[in-house]
Design a protein around this ligand. Sequence first.
Ligand SMILES: Cc1cc2nc3c(=O)[nH]c(=O)nc-3n(C[C@H](O)[C@H](O)[C@H](O)COP(=O)(O)O)c2cc1C
Length: 320
Amino acid sequence: MTYFPKDDGQRIPDDLWDAMRVHLPCSPVSVHPLGCHRPRLCDRLVMDAVLFVLRNGCYWNALSLLDLCSSSSAHRRFIEWKRLGFFHRLREVGLLEHGFLKLIDWRWIESESVPVRTPVRRWRMQVSRAVSQSAAPYCQAERTLRVAIYYGSSSGNTERIARMLAGMLHRYRPAVRDVARDGLIDAGRYDLLFLGIPTWNEGQCQPDWWAVWPGLAQLDLSRSRVALFGPGDQFGYPDTYCNAMGMMHALLSQRQVRCLGQWPAAGYRGGSALALCQDGTHFVGLALDEEAQGDQTHRRLQTWVRQVLAECRQLDGGEA
Ligand SMILES: Cc1cc2nc3c(=O)[nH]c(=O)nc-3n(C[C@H](O)[C@H](O)[C@H](O)COP(=O)(O)O)c2cc1C
C-alpha cells in the first residue's frame, strides 16, 4: 500500500515500511469498559514520528511542530516497541543498513533510558531544517521524476546496495526491481534508471542480467537517463574489475542512451578497460567493492546519488 500524505523526506519509504511491518509486535488490545476508548493510532504514522525523533536527535516535544502525531503517543509507542524488542529485531534482520535508518544513533535504543536530549539550540535547528525542507517547492518538483532501480545479485551485495540506494532516493518513491524476478518490466517508463550490475566469473555479467541482455536491445530507453553501479572485487580481479558495468555502458552508448554518474577512479586499485572511460580517470558509473572497501559504500553512494541528481537537473535546465 502506498502511504505518503506529504512527501517531506521524513516519512518512511514504502519499501522500508514493507520490510519493517512484518517484525512489528502485535498491538495490545485494550478495550475501555464504556466503549469510549480512542482508537489506537496507525502504526506507520507513529513510526514516522518515532523515527523523526531518532533520526534528528531532537526532543519528543519537537513533534508538535510537525504534522505527524502527538509527542506523547509517539513516546509511548517507542517505549512499547522497545520493550518488545522491535528495534533489536531490525538490527538482527539487517534493516539498519537501509539508508533511511543510517542517521539513527542506536545508542539511544541500546540504553535503558529514553533518548538523550540534544541541546535545545541544536534540535531547534534540526526541526526547522526538516520543516523548511518539507516546504521547499523544489522537493515538489523533484517528486515528479520517475525513478527505478533494477539490479541482479547472486550473493546479495547488489541487492543490499540497491535497497540502500532506494532509501537515499525515497523522496522519489523509486521502484526497486530484481531482474531475476521482474526482468526489465516497465523499464522504459522511467525518467531515471539506476542499474546495478555486479561482475562475475572473471569479467562476465551476473547471470540474471545475462538472461535479460537480449531484451535490453529492444527496450525503448529514448526518454530515460541511466546511471550504472557495479560491485566487484578490485583486488581479486583487478583486470576485470567492474567489467559488467562497462559492458552495459558499451551497449547503452551504442544505442545513444544518456549515461550519468561517472565516478573518479582515484582510490581504486584496478578497473577493466570497459569499466573505465577512455582517459582512465573515471569509471563509467559507480564502482563499489564490498569485499575490500565495504565501509566506503554508503558514503560513495550518497555522494554519487547527489551527483547523478544534479546532472539530471542540469540536463533538464534546472528542473528534475
Ligand atoms: C567466482 C567469482 C568471480 C568474480 N569475478 C569478478 C570479476 O571478474 N570482476 C569483479 O570485479 N568482481 C568479481 N567478483 C566479485 C563480485 O563481483 C562481488 O563479490 C560482488 O559484490 C557480487 O555481487 P552480488 O552479491 O550482488 O552478486 C567475483 C566473485 C566471485 C565469487
